[in-house]
Design a protein around this ligand. Structure first.
Ligand SMILES: Cc1ncc(COP(=O)(O)O)c(C=O)c1O
Length: 410
């Protein structure tokens, strides 16, 4: 039996996994072209990227902006959601999914996730609907599309809007249709860690021309379509994407399909191997998910089946073997001080908003599956899945080695 690396043995991997971001002469040439063109702003590349990315995800319109957070806020504003409204969100996600709701003075209401997918549970969404609910923001977590059939039915029945938080799911498809193009609108992030990146950036996709025009106006100081430059119609801001960002994203887009296929191939292979390992639970598959971007590869670690070795110790031992795992979010969003603080006045708006007319106490939020996945999840970031099949074998070998040497760690 090989000694664990954390106890002085030789690590399974001495070589790293692929680095991120990936770029080559395509990005270099594209940036130089923008530099030399003298048009760094509002040029043809932003428009080209909006059109190409919208088409890539099967949407009619794309409105670019500065980041995914802004894209969420602008989507809510464009759908007319604001003070007094409730919006249902999952608590197992990045803070922006819920903070965007607060930013437009609406109230995020947390619905639990499904343990086996990491995505919002349509049954709990339905339980959380009140007379104030106006919208749902499902997050296609890690790139695995939510059950858009069930959510679509609920939205139709209760007259709710759907904003897809597709900030993990560039290229993912639900029953053949791109995520972000299924609900009323969908938002994407191009921040540095994302599967297609310009360092920062975001986009809103929709099939609805009015939503697209309104979103465009919000991103551009409230200007009107085909209207004079110094006329302002909405309380917008400056959320414009630059030509440099668009040029980089256009180059990145040329690799996305190939990279997504590679990640899917390796993700499927890892599932096959890891489903045999006691104490590891792989995430569920769904035949309606016809393409999956794999922003994250997630599995759950069942401590009791590892002789109660704490997950953090397991992660430390795996990292020492050269496997770059992490534990992800430490707690559901509602346990963040942002949601737990209490007080009156503008600083605490909109939780004490008079338009809301109700009391919300996030200390009482209780989403059991979200709490549990925060304790059990282990994440591998997407660049790992760009390695070769034999590198996936190393991940499995690492887990098996830690399992075989548990006694040394207890
Ligand atoms: C699910 C989710 N939504 C929204 C965002 C916000 O995107 P950005 O960082 O571009 O503002 C992120 C970014 O990490 C995210 O993971």
């Amino acid at each position: 039996m090989e000694k664990l690396a954390i106890k002085g043995g030789r690590p399974i991997r001495e070589k790293g996994f692929p680095a991120w971001p990936i770029f080559d002469e395509r990005e270099e040439k594209a940036i130089l072209e923008v530099l030399r063109s003298g048009k760094w702003w509002y040029g043809e590349r932003v428009k080209e990227f909006e059109e190409k990315f919208a088409a890539f995800q099967d949407a009619r319109y794309g409105v670019s902006c500065t980041n995914g957070t802004a894209a969420l806020e602008i989507s809510l504003l464009s759908l007319g959601i604001g003070a007094g409204d409730e919006v249902i969100v999952p608590p197992y996600t990045f803070v922006a999914t819920a903070s965007a709701v607060l930013k437009v003075n609406a109230i995020p209401i947390f619905a639990d996730i499904q343990l086996e997918t990491g995505n919002i549970d349509p049954k709990d969404v339905e339980r959380k609907i009140t007379d104030k609910t106006r919208a749902i923001i499902p997050v296609h977590f890690g790139g695995f599309p939510c059950d858009m059939d069930a959510l679509g039915d609920i939205a139709q029945k209760h007259h709710l809007k759907i904003i897809e938080d597709a900030c993990h799911s560039w290229g993912s498809k639900w029953k053949g249709k791109g995520t972000g193009a299924i609900g009323d609108c969908g938002v994407f992030s191009f921040q540095m860690s994302k599967n297609i990146t310009a360092g920062e950036g975001g986009i809103i996709l929709t099939d609805n021309e009015d939503i697209a025009d309104t979103a465009k106006s919000y991103t551009n100081c409230g200007r009107g379509k085909d209207k004079p430059w110094y006329e302002h119609y909405l309380l917008g801001g400056n959320y414009r994407m630059t030509e440099m960002q668009a040029a980089i994203l256009l180059a990145q887009l040329t690799r996305l399909t190939g990279q997504t296929e590679k990640r899917e191939e390796n993700g499927t292979y890892l599932d096959e191997r890891l489903k045999e390992v006691p104490g590891i639970r792989i995430m569920k598959r769904d035949s309606r998910v016809t393409k999956r971007s794999y922003h994250l590869y997630i599995f759950r670690y069942i401590e009791e089946e590892f002789e109660n070795l704490p997950r953090e110790k397991f992660i430390e031992a795996l990292k020492a073997e050269g496997i770059p795992v992490s534990s992800g979010y430490p707690h559901p969003l509602y346990k963040n001080p942002l949601f737990l603080r209490k007080g009156k006045g503008a600083k605490y708006c909109p939780v004490s908003c008079p338009f809301y007319g109700k009391e919300i106490d996030y200390a009482r939020a209780n989403c059991q599956n979200s709490e549990r996945i925060c304790r059990e999840a282990i994440w591998l970031m997407h660049p790992v899945l760009l390695a070769e099949k034999k590198d996936m074998d190393d991940i499995v070998k690492g887990i098996e080695r830690v399992r075989e040497n548990l006694k040394e760690l207890l």
